[in-house]
Design a binder for this molecule. Sequence first.
Ligand code: FAD
Length: 398
Amino acid sequence: MEAKHQILIVGGGNAGISVAAKLLKKDRKLDIAIIEPSEKHYYQPAWTLVGGGVFDIKNTIRSEAKLIPNGAKWIKDAVSELLPSENKLTTKNGDAYEYDYLILAPGIQINWNGIEGLEENVGKNKVCSVYGFDKAPYTWEVVRNFEGGRALFTSAATPVKCGGAPQKIMYLASDYFRRQGLLGNTEVHFMNAGKVLFGIEKYRKSLQKVCDRYGVKQHHRHNLIKIDGQNRTATFRVTDGDGNTSEINETYDMLHVTPPQSAPDFVQSSGMTDAHGWIDVDQYSLQQVKFKNVFALGDATNTKNAKTGAAIRKQAPVLVENLLALMSQDEIQGAYSGYGSCPLVTARGKVILAEFDYSGKPTETFPFNQAKERRSMYFLKKKVLPWMYWNKILKGTA
Ligand SMILES: Cc1cc2nc3c(=O)[nH]c(=O)nc-3n(C[C@H](O)[C@H](O)[C@H](O)COP(=O)(O)OP(=O)(O)OC[C@H]3O[C@@H](n4cnc5c(N)ncnc54)[C@H](O)[C@@H]3O)c2cc1C
């Protein structure tokens, strides 16, 4: 089958649905189709809380059909190839769609096969991860049944969605161990492929104090490369200050893994990606650098913000403004600031709300110091933000 739509949106996740809803709010007559294979839509930011035993996984899932905005057509299929020089794409079902304008919002791909032994062990053998609807509940099972010993929490060498999540689950677990009286005979290790605990100094200082409270030992430039589930041993590639590498083995009694991530495979051959495989857009206008009738937002782009839903909330109105300007042959003026936000859960009932933009400067919403751990910000993370997501963000009104 062949069909054509004025605007095609690839991906009906956080970004795709938000942008479709916002476009239709501006103009009900737009001909918009969303290509999305999944019947389920997930509120991923709560998976960390699920892993920490404070959120029900069932409340992170809704039917995609109910979220497609009125006026948009849902094509329940997956894109297999993008052909931007023909203004066309093809799908897994063998159909082809043409478009006048294309919006790419396919999210991130989790590469469970990117670490030797991960795919076979994750979800069993005390190897867990909050990076998956089907995996987050096992994380809580591992934390809840932990009896002391060595708890390892890794962060990845690639960009990941919600760069704070690897730490949030570590703090939630540590807080649980503390409450159970287990911290005394537990070693918590943060095995970080990056160079620092957190990129923004203001929040790093507060997070350092949180690590000190739980006795977390930090190991930077330690990249997980192999898991031996049977012998409960993880291998890390360690890079020293001069760039020399070596390998070390660490035993564990629980291992929380942040898997390597990338833009989805099908965008790689599109001619629209940068050298690292992310969709290449102007970081302010969100317009694809080569194909001017293509825009992209969300986790799959190469903008240098924190890959979060919070970033999408600021990207979506800019993209909509710029696309509508292009369609009316006006000048593109909307500029995304690089805003991203990370509610860093540091304990049950405590959150540091990090907010910052491309400049790396904090851009805080509230009139108090957000680097301080606060109960009110925990309430925001656990109650207000999920409500906002389902009722405002996906409806295009926030
Ligand atoms: C553990 C965890 C904690 C997080 N914590 C936070 C947080 O505290 N705050 C925050 O703001 N953000 C957080 N995030 C990040 C947030 O969930 C993402 O940034 C956001 O979902 C990205 O939206 P997206 O639309 O780009 O991708 P997604 O929401 O993942 O949607 C992508 C969609 O594209 C579809 N798709 C994939 N391939 C194809 C294809 N071939 N064809 C068509 N469609 C396709 C997928 O099925 C999916 O529905 C967290 C994420 C995780 C995993």
